[in-house]
Design a protein around this ligand. Structure first.
Ligand code: COS
Length: 383
């Protein structure tokens, strides 16, 4: 749902200009330094990027899902690591609290997330629990008006710098599955919360992940999201439904950027006496990438509109994530092919994007998990 087309166009134009003039020229620096430059971080805060989808009553811009998708497509047109830093505050780092949290929890933390004063992260994955999220082993044992957390969380985006963590932990050891899990808000400076060294990743340099280890970490009982035990897994799944749509939109943005890069290069480079783009085998690849990016966009916008209409979009979010993450992988592969030898060289953006996009098929639920969710929901609805 687009509330005010004129206002939204202004926002999308501003972000588009920021991407073109500030982010794209700094992509190589981001990758080289493995850090978002401080001046760019400050500009992102100033523009309200940390609070894009946080409701206005908490100081955010309160974008609807359709509006957020359009913005995410624009942001997708540059290195995904730029988005990663503010993406968690809008998405997986804040949504648990926003969807299921108490008024007090939201009042206490969300306004500071919206401004970017504090940075958040989402702790679900563990060394022995990835796709099978309900098997997680981190424990939370009640001790008076606190819970004591023990366990290790893995690949936590923004882990090295986050001030606030949404942590899924097992409060009921008798219940081995989803029903034994609760979600907690844990402040980054709580004694017993230990950060592992930053992971050395294949791509997305500038977006940091690490282990978060809980060693007898005492968390106030009032920080259990929604004030109720046993709801944490469902909270995590609801957060991921939204997150998967957002990531799908980012994949569309990256695909559009790669189509643009491929078109520019193939129109400039000449072989056999004509621009590459004049050759039919090259045209086939350009056309396939354009078509797939358009298909992804259409899916994402449809699912986003349905979410705004209060439809349950769990299946559609997985359809979008499945298609868009795989699609951008194919588009990135063609982009390298279209650049020939140059596409394998680090000085061309497509080389970096080729590595960056590989993560989309894995995080926020692998392609195989999306297939499982879609098919299971189909069977459930039919029976
Ligand atoms: N919204 C609300 N509730 C949901 C839900 C959703 N999208 N999906 C599942 N639930 C509920 C179910 O209804 C069920 O509730 P009841 O026990 O009351 O019936 C409960 O959660 C457990 O669901 P389910 O039985 O489907 O859980 P499973 O353990 O079988 O597996 C999958 C669920 C595989 C889908 C889940 O573990 C998953 O998404 N794994 C991937 C994790 C992931 O994306 N990790 C990425 C890292 S986080 S960036």
């Amino acid at each position: 749902m687009i509330r005010d087309p004129e206002l939204l166009n202004q926002l999308v134009d501003t972000i588009s200009r920021f991407v073109r003039e500030r982010l794209i020229p700094n992509e190589a620096r981001l990758a080289e330094d493995d850090a978002v430059p401080e001046d760019i971080l400050a500009e992102m805060k100033e523009m309200g990027l940390f609070g894009l989808s946080i409701p206005e009553e908490y100081g955010g811009l309160g974008l609807t899902m359709e509006e957020e998708a359009l913005v995410a497509i624009e942001i997708g047109k540059t290195s995904p690591a730029f988005r990663s830093v503010f993406g968690t505050n809008n998405g997986i780092g804040a949504q648990g609290m926003l969807i299921d949290g108490t008024r007090e929890q939201k009042d206490k933390y969300v306004p500071r997330l919206a401004t970017g004063e504090i940075l958040s992260a989402f702790c679900l994955t563990e060394p022995d629990s990835g796709s099978d999220a309900a098997s997680l082993r981190t424990t939370a044992v009640q001790d008076g008006d606190h819970y004591i957390l023990n366990g290790t969380k893995r690949f936590i985006t923004n882990g090295p710098e986050a001030d606030l963590f949404t942590v899924m932990a097992r409060t009921n050891p008798e219940h081995k599955g989803a029903g034994g899990i609760s979600a907690f808000i844990v402040e980054g400076n709580t004694p017993g919360l230990v950060r592992g060294p930053a992971d050395n990743k294949m791509g997305q340099k500038g977006a940091h992940t690490c282990d978060i280890i809980f060693e007898n970490c005492r968390v106030p009982a009032e920080n259990i999201i929604g004030g109720k035990e046993g709801q944490g897994f469902k909270t995590a799944m609801k957060v991921l439904d939204r997150g998967r749509l957002h990531i799908s939109a980012v994949c569309v943005g990256v695909a559009e950027r790669l189509v643009e890069e491929s078109l520019r290069y193939t129109m400039e480079r000449k072989q056999f006496g004509a621009a590459l783009a004049e050759h039919q085998l090259i045209q086939a690849m350009l056309a396939d990438s354009k078509t797939e990016a358009y298909a992804g966009k259409t899916m994402v916008m449809d699912a986003a509109r349905r979410k705004d209409d209060s439809e349950n979009v769990s299946t559609l979010a997985s359809c979008c994530k499945l298609f868009c993450a795989e699609m951008v992988g194919r588009v990135a592969d063609r982009a390298v092919q279209l650049h020939g030898g140059s596409g394998y060289m680090a000085e061309y953006a497509v080389e970096r994007f080729y590595r960056d996009v590989r993560l989309f098929r894995i995080y926020e639920g692998t392609t195989q998990i999306q297939q499982l969710v879609i098919a299971r929901n189909m069977v459930r609805e039919a029976s």
